[in-house]
Write a protein that binds this ligand. Structure first.
Ligand code: PLP
Length: 377
């Protein structure tokens, strides 16, 4: 029986109240009061320019793909160690995906491997801040500037995390966040697009509203609205925005607790890293951790399987993470690139431990002691 689950979504308390407020006003479609309150929060807290709530991070990535005018023949460089949406958003518009490897000691894209993947057809580099820990952005932005490429930050896991003091999501041309049930701040299914260039930000608003200038109309900037561009229905319903706002009001508290749990794991397991038994998350000098997930990297797939079983026997649920996209069922036959050994190693050896707001000190202590016990044997 599972005594300690892997994740438990946290409710701050006002979610239902705000949802019922929304329902009582009758304004349940997108871009109403709660959406605007969320947008204001993101602008004030992180300085994001024109943030737009979307139905998911996946949709925010798809919006970035439309905004970059990705078309068949274009190449997009993506780390292989990521969630399928990072690739699908561009595959849907006909792009060819060029997969990059991770660093040896860090699942993030190896910035030094990017340049050799660039061709005449390359249009964008998509980075994923894995576990909310920043990629090497100065290096990546410099390469992108030199080759005139877009940079998209898949910041699904990266809310309230920083690169040299700058919030993740504010560095690339576009960024996409997720409020899926499994993330730090949630609303069931939801996302956020951040557009860091003014021309794109204005167009983003149009694509968001089915290709119309409805947003400008409601601001009184045009006297009627109509079809002005391609687009889709990317807005988040006001009902979910109400849920999300209740979470954002408690962001400090949620983040504080999650970061503390992360730190406790690190301190509780660092002896295993010191003795070379496992590898713990690397937080480079330029990065922060945001308590999104805590992982350890085992020696081998079989060691990881045995550790999962050892924890399971104690009622503790631990889970591995991405399977390399370049060797997925969908992609492997069309993959023409080099071997990506670091990506494959993280697929085989990375294990995530339970991390959620309500994880008690005693339950966390049990997880740590069971991991320690495994490595004593
Ligand atoms: C969760 C996640 C996504 C997908 O987010 P959705 O909001 O579910 O669409 C994309 N990329 C990464 C790296 C993720 O962790």
């Amino acid at each position: 029986m599972t005594k300690i689950r892997f994740n438990k979504p946290y409710l701050s308390g006002k979610e239902l109240y705000y949802i019922s407020t929304t329902i009582h006003t009758g304004r349940t479609a997108g871009n109403n009061e709660f959406t605007k309150s969320c947008h204001r929060f993101f602008s004030e807290r992180f300085g994001f320019n024109k943030p737009l709530l979307t139905t998911s991070c996946t949709d925010a990535l798809e919006m970035s793909s439309i905004l970059m005018n990705i078309e068949p023949g274009d190449e997009v460089i993506i780390p292989s160690y990521t969630f399928v949406s990072t690739a699908n958003a561009f595959v849907l518009r006909g792009a060819s995906i060029v997969f990059a490897d991770s660093y040896k000691d860090n699942p993030n894209i190896d910035a030094d491997s990017i340049e050799s993947l660039i061709t005449e057809k390359t249009k964008a580099i998509v980075v994923v801040h894995y576990a909310g820990i920043a990629c090497d952005m100065d290096k990546i932005m410099e390469i992108a500037a030199r080759h005139k490429l877009f940079v998209v930050e898949d910041a699904a896991q990266a809310i309230d995390s920083y690169y040299k003091g700058e919030p993740l999501g504010s560095l690339g041309d576009f960024a996409a966040f997720s409020f899926h049930e499994t993330k730090n701040i949630i609303c069931g299914e939801g996302g956020l697009l951040v557009t860091n260039q003014i021309d794109n930000a204005n167009r983003a608003e149009i694509i968001w509203e089915k290709g119309t200038n409805r947003v400008a109309f409601f601001r009184g900037e045009v006297d009627k609205y109509g079809w002005v561009d391609v687009g889709s229905s990317f807005l988040m319903s006001e009902i979910l925005a109400a849920f999300l706002y209740a979470q954002l009001e408690h962001m400090e508290e949620i983040q504080g607790k999650r970061k503390l749990i992360w730190k406790n794991y690190y301190e509780g397991l660092v002896n295993l890293e010191d003795t070379g038994r496992v590898k713990l998350p690397e937080v480079p000098d330029y990065a922060t951790q945001n308590g999104h997930l805590f992982y350890m990297v085992c020696e081998s797939l079989s060691e990881r399987s045995r550790l999962i079983a050892h924890l399971k026997a104690a009622g503790i649920s631990s889970v591995f993470h991405y399977q390399s996209l370049h060797s997925s069922k969908f992609f492997s036959e069309q993959y023409r690139g080099q071997a990506l050994p670091n990506t494959d190693r993280f697929s085989d050896c990375l294990l995530r431990l339970p991390l959620f707001f309500e994880l008690s000190d005693s339950d966390q202590a049990l997880v740590i002691s069971k991991v320690q016990e495994f490595y004593k044997k």
